[in-house]
Ligand binder design. Sequence first.
Ligand code: WTA
Length: 649
Amino acid sequence: MSQKQVFKPNREFAKDARIKNMCEYQALQDYATEDYEGFWGDAAKEKLDWIEPFSNVLDESKAPFVNWFDGGKLNVSAQCIDRHLHVRKNKAAIIFEGDRGDVQTITYLDLYKHVNRFANLLREDFHVKKGDRVVIYMPMIPEAAYAMLACARIGAIHSIVFGGFSSEALRDRIEDAEAKVVITADGAFRKEQPYMLKPVVDAALTGKTPVKKVLVVQRNHEDVEWVAGRDYSYNEMISQKKSKCEPEVMDSEDPLFLLYTSGSTGKPKGVQHNSAGYILWAQMTMEWVFDVKENDTFWCTADIGWITGHTYIVYGPLAMGATTMMFEGVITYPDSGRPWKMVEDHKINQFYTAPTAIRVLHKTGEHEPSKYDLKSLKVLGTVGEPIDPPAWKWYYEEVGKGKCAIVDTYWQTETGGHVISPLPGATPIKPGCATLPLPGIMAEILNPATGEKVGVGEKGYMCITKPWPAQIRGVWGDEERYIKSYFGDVEKDGKPVYFSGDGAVYDEDGYITITGRTDDVMNVSGHRLGTAEVEAAIKKHDNVAEVAVVGKPHPIKGEGIFAYIVLKCDEGVADEVEEVKAINNIIKKEIGSIALCDDIVFAPGLPKTRSGKIMRRILRAIAKGEKITQDISTLEDPGIVAQIEEMVK
Ligand code: WTA
């Protein structure tokens, strides 16, 4: 199956779809092009429940800092819950399936009560106020969603840290955001065994910390340390709280959350999203890209610690009043039929996952889908990295039985929601191709040198040339970094435009294929990791003199981590196995298991230019096992290349 093959939308499906054909798509895109503010202003009026209407659609006077819907007042938790109570209070808002198969259905009315109690607890007992930062370090349990929405209700800014991050990574994020409260759990269950989170929080809070209170949800009921005056039990406190809490009246541009993500330096960036624009686009993309209908059940397998979990497990589905599935466990446990069993059991209509998961499910359970009734499925989605044709084909044929559209959604933490994606009832799809910008998104592949749109087949930079409502509003505490990271590389008509960090190419139909990062950010199992971040962790090992980390293609993870390490001792490595262990332990402690190296080579030196710059291109080529064709005579020590090549063989 090549990228040239085109698959038309399922006609039956298209009949009822919100966007039914390419003419409708084009009409929306034309409207946005002709009257940008009209397009977005109409959408915001129609989709959002305003406490007070906005007076201005877009203010670009301080670009690249932008304001959307100024003057408007709303509350995101009310948008996600309260407004649904008249129409769907007994409808399932969240269906939770635990690792061990335990199921909980939480209706919109239940959700209202849980979130209001939680909000009262934070407000009354922990004195959390509008604008305060709250770190959430939680497993995939409904209380994580309640915590997010409770923060939104009282105007606190949440910052979720993925539960796989280590205590050091958690500590950095807590300190950067100056969070005063951490919400966590004792732990949860994975493969029927309890695992722990609270000890990681304890370790992150040793020494000086801005955190005053820790709220602990007891999920696995294992013993944990308890710091008197700091740690409180959610389970004990929550039943005493009132189930009504007035939502804080928020400005359109009041911050909703921070989410730290990797960039090209060692320090993660706190990506800031604000209220109105973010929730508007979360809802609109749910409606357009997944085309979720009133009685549908939607399942996104991401973790709430990533942007995909924020937008497509919690905010998007709830804003539109959908039923969203939440899963605590591992998709290959007890076997690779687990997700298909869940599709059958819960009659899932839209299934959204990452290519790395599809590859694992394909490899370990090729024929599992046919053992289950998957008739409910209408739309399949992927996100996080380009999907390779074999995985795409299996997903399309075995899971979707050739009748479900695959929406290959391209977006980022910074874009808040999808920006380039097929529409399931309209866009003819091609394997591995994100296709076209969504209506309202002015995405273009530009030549960074000229700022002009590239021609067919010519690689360029994936840019967005106009602000959009769900765009990143800033890097927490660092205005310069926001400008430099996103608006420093490409100008169009003399004006800086948003550059994603990704390369891309147009085909003859104008379809966009993302070719991958152009910077030093890796994409490991769909997770973003900066090479500099991993290098900074490895450098903490006493014996390490120098290190260079590169990504290397990996059959399951997409990209694996390859580290070249120069040790301090001249005699070489005493015990390689022990050194590798020690280095991996440091990575685990500093970042977490997601950043463990797939390959470590103890090199005698690194290829550098005479000015001392490490030639990563050469290291990437060696890691891939490619022949070095470029001129290496300008290197400080050209002989080093052959030595490293010999070691990697
Ligand atoms: C990559 C995840 C190709 C891309 C939502 C981007 C993709 C980074 C796709 C963002 C896709 C995401 N095709 N590449 N459909 N979706 N990416 O911030 O490199 O965790 O810049 O957001 O993932 O990762 P992030």
